[in-house]
Design a protein around this ligand. Structure first.
Ligand code: 3HC
Length: 311
């Protein structure tokens, strides 16, 4: 690519302009966006599985309706993000194949099992809470379709987080068994939620480029710190304990210091050896393959319709 075009592009980014699908962009910018946006979409779709596990076993009709609505929202988030990725000139069928049969990633957080209903509360509070911190930043991303997709996702995400937090508060204030379930769930979901923000900035090969091009406006560690600071307050407010004995308020920085994240567990899960990785991919492959006839029928109908219009 010629230097003049690259400089012009960088000047547009630095001026805070939105890059739109038909604008000139460095090939590397396009590839980075396809990677990040499609993996975000894959995460939303796979994220329906841990929660879907409790739709039939929700404790009341109200909780079932709320969980159904949330899982449907996640499907919608996935579709907005696949549509936004397709503006970069790649078809979603190729993107889906990349994670179902290739090496594309989805968020490690969805490879953990939902063992009790309290997990649905902890996921709403912690996982969607972390997603809000991340997606609020991405709503200001330099690529137009991605930033607009995140604006819409954030509106629904705050409902997801609030409903989880409200349920967890009820359990934390409930019977001794419910309190124990709530605390056990927070213990299991806290550290994996911190891993959602990605490796430390010093171990983040993509961050430098993404920050330069304002695809990311904050680094992994900055967002993680913001999340910890908020969650410490919210945990205290409902009487659950975060499972980190090293959590301590730092007068100097005004932030909460926290313990070492188990990165070997993180990379082990990212590499595919988490508790649920194989189940998640098996479930998604089955759903995809079972849906083949629907895609064929829709394509046949579209072809027939096109032919009849051309007559
Ligand atoms: N799980 C799986 N892979 C992860 C990961 C995680 N938690 N964190 C990082 N990685 C991968 C990266 O994808 C990258 O691998 P790749 O180059 O093969 O893609 C590698 O680890 C190194 O990480 P980097 O920090 O260099 O990668 P990024 O700069 O892309 O940062 C990210 C990672 C913070 C996840 C960033 O990609 C991002 O913000 N993505 C968009 C948001 C997103 O995908 N969120 C996932 C959760 S969606 C969700 O929670 C839905 C909600 O509704 C519940």
């Amino acid at each position: 690519e010629n230097q003049e075009k690259l400089d012009e592009f960088q000047a547009r980014i630095d001026a805070g302009e939105k890059i739109e699908p038909k604008d000139w962009m460095p090939e590397r910018y396009r590839q980075q966006l396809i990677r990040m946006m499609s993996q975000h979409a894959h995460s939303e779709i796979v994220g329906m599985l841990p929660e879907g596990n409790w739709i039939e076993r929700a404790p009341s009709l109200k909780r079932k309706l709320v969980l159904l609505a949330k899982v449907q929202d996640e499907a919608g988030h996935g579709l907005y993000l696949y549509s936004a990725t397709e503006t970069l000139g790649i078809d979603r069928s190729e993107l889906v194949d990349q994670y179902l049969y290739g090496s594309a990633k989805y968020s490690s957080i969805f490879n953990y099992p939902t063992m009790t209903y309290a997990d649905i509360c902890a996921i709403g509070w912690l996982v969607d809470g972390a997603a809000i911190v991340n997606q609020t930043m991405l709503a200001r991303s330099s690529y137009g379709p991605y930033s607009r997709a995140n604006v819409r996702i954030c509106k629904e995400e705050s409902f997801h987080k609030k409903q989880g937090y409200e349920m967890l508060a009820k359990m934390a204030d409930g019977t001794p068994e419910q309190q124990k379930m709530a605390q056990d769930s927070v213990n299991r979901w806290w550290w994996p939620s911190l891993m959602m923000f990605g490796p430390h900035d010093s171990d983040s090969p993509n961050s430098a480029e993404l920050i330069k091009w304002q695809v990311k406006l904050k680094t992994n560690d900055e967002l993680r710190q913001h999340f910890v600071d908020r969650m410490v307050m919210e945990a205290e407010a409902i009487g659950v304990t975060l499972p980190d004995p090293d959590l301590e308020y730092n007068e100097e920085t005004g932030h909460w210091d926290f313990g070492d994240i188990p990165w070997d567990e993180f990379w082990n899960v990212v590499k595919g050896n988490g508790i649920m990785n194989r189940d998640r991919i098996k479930a998604r492959r089955k759903a995809h393959e079972d849906g083949e006839w629907v895609r064929e029928a829709a394509n046949a109908y579209a072809r027939k319709k096109k032919l009849s219009q051309e007559k």
